[in-house]
Design a protein around this ligand. Structure first.
Ligand code: PTJ
Length: 251
C-alpha cells in the first residue's frame, strides 16, 4: 500500500483503501476483467454525492436492514467487487443476522469461484465466524436468465425471501424480483436499471453501507423499518442531492 493510502488522516484515505483492496483482489484472481471499470463508475457517482451517506441512503439502509432482520430466509449475495471491498464486514453482518452468504457472480469462471471461496473461508477463520458460505455447488437456476449467471444454490439465493445483492446487474435484479423476492441493492448510480427495479435501493458506497448496517444491527427491525417507505422517493432524493451539489459547484 502506498504511503498516502496507509495514512488514515489523508482526505482520500477511504477511497485509496478501497482501490488498494481491489488491486489485491485482482492479483488473487477474484475479480471480473471489468471490475475496476465498474468501480470507477461508482467513484464518479460517489464524488457527486460528496463521498458520504446522504440522509435518504441512511433511511434505505435502515429499512433494508430491518427487512433482512424480519426475513424468514435472508441471504447476502456476494460478487467479486463486494468480497474485495468488504468481505470481512459482510461476513460479520451475516453472522449478526444469522444468515448465509452466497458467492454469485456475473462473469462466472471456475477459477474466480475458487479464488473467491478460498478468500472468504480464510477471512471467516481469521474472524472465528461460522457463516454458511454457498456457491461452490450450484444446484438451481434463476428462471428467465440464460447462461452461467443464472446458476445459484437451492438452499441459498433460490429459496431466499429477502436478498441483499450489492452491485447487481439489471437483468438479474429483474429476474429475482419476478421470483417474488424482496431485492435490496446497493448502487451508487440512482439511474441504473438495477436501482430502478429493486425493492430497496441504497444509493451509497458499499463499504459504508455494510459498516452502517453492522453499527445499526443492535436495533430492532420495527425501529429500523419505515412504514411509509417508497423506493421512488429514495431515488429522487438522491438525484436532488446530486443536483444541489452541482448547483453549489457552479455558483
Ligand atoms: O464479480 P462479478 O462477475 O459479479 O462482476 C461484478 C461487476 C461489478 C463487474 C459487474 O456486476 C458489473 O459489470 O457491474 P456494472 O453493470 O458495471 O454495475 C456496477 C454498478 O455498481 C454501477 O452502477 C456502479 O455505479 C455501482 N458501483 C460500483 N462500485 C460501487 C458501486 N455501488 C456502490 N458501491 C461501490 N463500491
Amino acid at each position: 500500500m502506498s504511503e498516502i493510502a496507509a495514512d488514515p488522516t489523508h482526505p482520500r484515505y477511504q477511497s485509496l483503501l478501497m482501490r488498494h483492496r481491489l488491486e489485491q483482489a485482482a492479483k488473487k484472481g477474484m475479480l471480473a476483467d471489468s471490475a475496476l471499470i465498474a468501480h470507477g463508475r461508482g467513484e464518479a457517482f460517489d464524488y457527486l454525492l460528496g463521498e458520504q451517506t446522504i440522509p435518504s441512503a441512511l433511511i434505505a439502509t435502515k429499512h433494508a436492514l430491518g427487512l433482512l432482520m424480519a426475513a424468514e430466509r435472508p441471504v447476502l449475495s456476494l460478487n467479486g467487487n463486494a468480497v474485495a471491498l468488504a468481505g470481512s464486514e459482510l461476513l460479520q453482518l451475516a453472522s449478526r443476522l444469522g444468515c448465509p452468504v452466497e458467492i454469485n457472480i456475473f462473469y462466472r469462471t471456475p477459477e474466480r469461484m475458487e479464488a473467491l471461496l478460498t478468500h472468504l473461508h480464510e477471512l471467516q477463520s481469521a474472524l472465528g465466524l461460522e457463516v454458511p458460505i454457498f456457491g461452490a455447488a450450484p444446484d438451481a437456476r434463476i428462471p428467465g436468465l440464460e447462461g452461467p449467471r443464472a446458476k445459484c444454490c437451492k438452499d441459498g439465493i433460490f429459496s431466499a425471501d429477502v436478498l441483499l445483492v450489492p452491485l447487481e446487474d439489471g437483468d438479474r435484479c429483474e429476474a429475482l424480483v419476478a421470483m417474488g423476492k424482496t431485492v435490496l441493492v446497493v448502487d451508487l448510480n440512482p439511474l441504473s436499471r438495477t436501482a430502478q427495479l429493486a425493492s430497496v435501493t441504497i444509493v451509497d458506497e458499499l463499504s459504508r453501507v455494510v459498516s452502517n448496517m453492522n453499527e445499526l444491527s443492535h436495533q430492532s427491525s420495527e425501529v429500523l423499518m419505515s412504514p411509509s417507505f417508497h423506493n421512488s422517493e429514495v431515488l429522487s432524493s438522491s438525484l436532488d442531492h446530486i443536483a444541489e451539489f452541482l448547483a453549489e459547484k457552479r455558483d
